[in-house]
Ligand binder design. Structure first.
Ligand code: 6GU
Length: 225
């Protein structure tokens, strides 16, 4: 991971599932400060754009030096986080989880020099149709989504297979005790002990919820029922 703001990552990576995955050696996230790879004594990492215009552009040399110094192998994907990237999806997370290592570059300011984007970067992703102040939050999002597909990270038997998006459907409603809360009952079928009926009900609810909230997902869905 290459960033101008490594300390932004400390909170999210030191809690809960990502913390446990690192402690168990399933996931190793190494933060590198881009500034450490700058050449001049002011450690400049950005400069004004040729042709004029607003904002600053990340200079090519520090990024090139960082990537070629740090990356494990030539085959490690070099991923740039940028609003101009391809949409990052659940299937992207599954695909990227197959690689033994990834190199993430957090874009900033008006972007990175085009020669880096064209000749060094192998993948570009955006996490949605809005603009963030930098690629760091996007990098955290994709690390989290990818980590869920590393064997052992989720611990639970079902892992990442059974959740929303795995079937192409949103999950239906969930209940826990008490059976009656403020006069409102948990649906009887869930307490019936009839596993076939429960599974059918849950599937119908998931379908209904997806139809109502995300009809766009149904066009791509591959239901496993
Ligand atoms: Cl990857 N970077 C920035 N700066 N903004 C974004 C994004 C990435 N994805 C959505 N918005």
């Amino acid at each position: 991971m290459l960033t101008l703001f490594p300390s932004m990552f400390l909170g999210p990576l030191q809690e809960s599932i990502l913390k446990r995955a690192q402690e168990r050696g399933l996931l190793d996230i190494i933060l590198h400060q881009l500034r450490d790879y700058a050449f001049d004594r002011h450690q400049m990492t950005d400069d004004t754009p040729y042709g004029g215009g607003d904002g600053m552009v990340l200079k090519p040399e520090p990024i090139y030096r960082a990537v070629t110094t740090i990356r494990n192998t030539e085959s490690t994907p070099i991923i740039l986080l940028t609003p101009q990237g391809q949409a990052f999806k659940q299937e992207t997370a599954i695909e990227l989880a197959q690689y033994p290592s990834l190199f993430l570059i957090c874009g900033h300011y008006e972007g990175v020099d085009e020669r880096i984007r064209k000749h060094l970067v192998t993948h570009e992703y955006s996490i949605g149709d809005y603009v963030l102040t930098g690629g760091e939050l996007a990098a955290m999002v994709i690390i989290d989504a990818i980590a869920r597909f590393i064997p052992g990270v989720l611990g639970a038997q079902n892992g990442a297979r059974n959740d929303s998006y795995a079937s192409g459907l949103l999950e239906g409603p969930q209940y826990t005790r008490p059976a009656v809360f403020q006069g409102r009952e948990v649906p009887g079928v869930l307490r019936s002990g009839n596993h076939a009926a429960i599974e059918r009900w849950q599937y119908e609810q998931a379908l209904h919820r997806t139809q109502e909230r995300r009809p766009d997902l149904l066009e791509e869905a591959t239901p496993d029922h």
